[in-house]
Design a protein around this ligand. Structure first.
Ligand code: ACM
Length: 261
């Protein structure tokens, strides 16, 4: 199976222009699954809820339509972060789309910092979608900080965690190999880069998108700055072997009787 990331720097608020650019970068992609960053079409630093409301989309919006078209043209599945407006309620979400259109969505469970003033906390929980070649779970950026996110997806049967991100802290890229190892799963963290200065705030995003193996190996890394499409070959079955030794099983050996605190 071929999996990858598209590290991408959106121009804030220029959704149509960003989508055209991304569609161009992906139009000849040779992969089964490619992950894009969190909020890849809108940018991140909304001045207020009104601005976010005006840029957010539902599942019939231009973002879902554009990605579905690229998926149908290339045969590739995509996971991508977007600002979701569901009957006036705003979520920081990710969509999984494939050649036949929308497969599923995930709404970010652990909102980061000022996101708490803009979005509702996600209500989908950690779900897994079977795309044939693999079972895909989604989490978004700061969700990584809570090991329960990756664990919940692994327990639900995910082979690969698709992880759109807009990372501003320096820890995630070095932490994801541990999430891979402790759950024996693949993960694809698709980060953005560049910076945004809006409404008196400024943020710099850290690039270095990363693909990690069930053995905790770093299989691919993006540059610190600049757009980058990287695709690698993996053996999905490695993620279904949960035995680090003959006598240990990652899930069956859990001492849930001791974890109550
Ligand atoms: C983040 O969750 N975007 C840091």
């Amino acid at each position: 199976m071929k999996i990858g990331f598209l590290q991408f720097t959106p121009d804030f608020g220029k959704v149509h222009q960003n989508l055209v650019k991304v569609a161009g970068l992906l139009d000849a992609v040779d992969a089964d699954l490619v992950v894009l960053p969190e909020l890849f079409g809108t940018g991140y630093l909304f001045r207020n809820k009104t601005e976010l409301m005006n840029l957010a989309e539902d599942l019939s919006g231009e973002t879902a339509q554009t990605l579905s078209k690229v998926a149908s043209d290339t045969g590739c599945y995509f996971v991508a972060g977007f600002a979701e407006k569901d009957r006036g309620v705003l979520f920081n979400s990710a969509m999984l789309v494939g050649p036949d259109g929308l497969v599923g969505i995930y709404r970010k469970s652990h909102l980061f910092d000022t996101e708490k003033e803009l979005f509702e906390p996600g209500n989908t929980g950690f779900r897994v979608f079977d795309i044939g070649a693999a079972r895909i779970g989604m989490m978004i950026c700061f969700d990584w900080f809570f090991p329960e996110s990756a664990r919940s997806l692994a327990l639900a049967g995910a082979d690969i965690i698709a992880h759109p991100a807009n990372l501003v802290l320096p820890y995630c890229q070095t932490a994801m190999p541990v999430r891979g190892l402790e759950n024996r799963i693949y993960s694809i963290t698709a980060n953005r880069c560049g910076s945004e200065e809006r409404g008196g705030q400024s943020l710099a995003f850290t690039g270095r998108s990363v693909i990690v193996s069930p053995k905790g190996e770093t299989l691919a890394v993006g540059p610190g700055q600049g757009d980058s499409l990287q695709v690698i070959d993996i053996d999905v079955l490695l993620a279904r072997d949960k035995k680090p030794t003959k006598r240990n099983h990652l899930f069956e050996d859990r001492r849930t009787d001791l974890y109550r605190l």
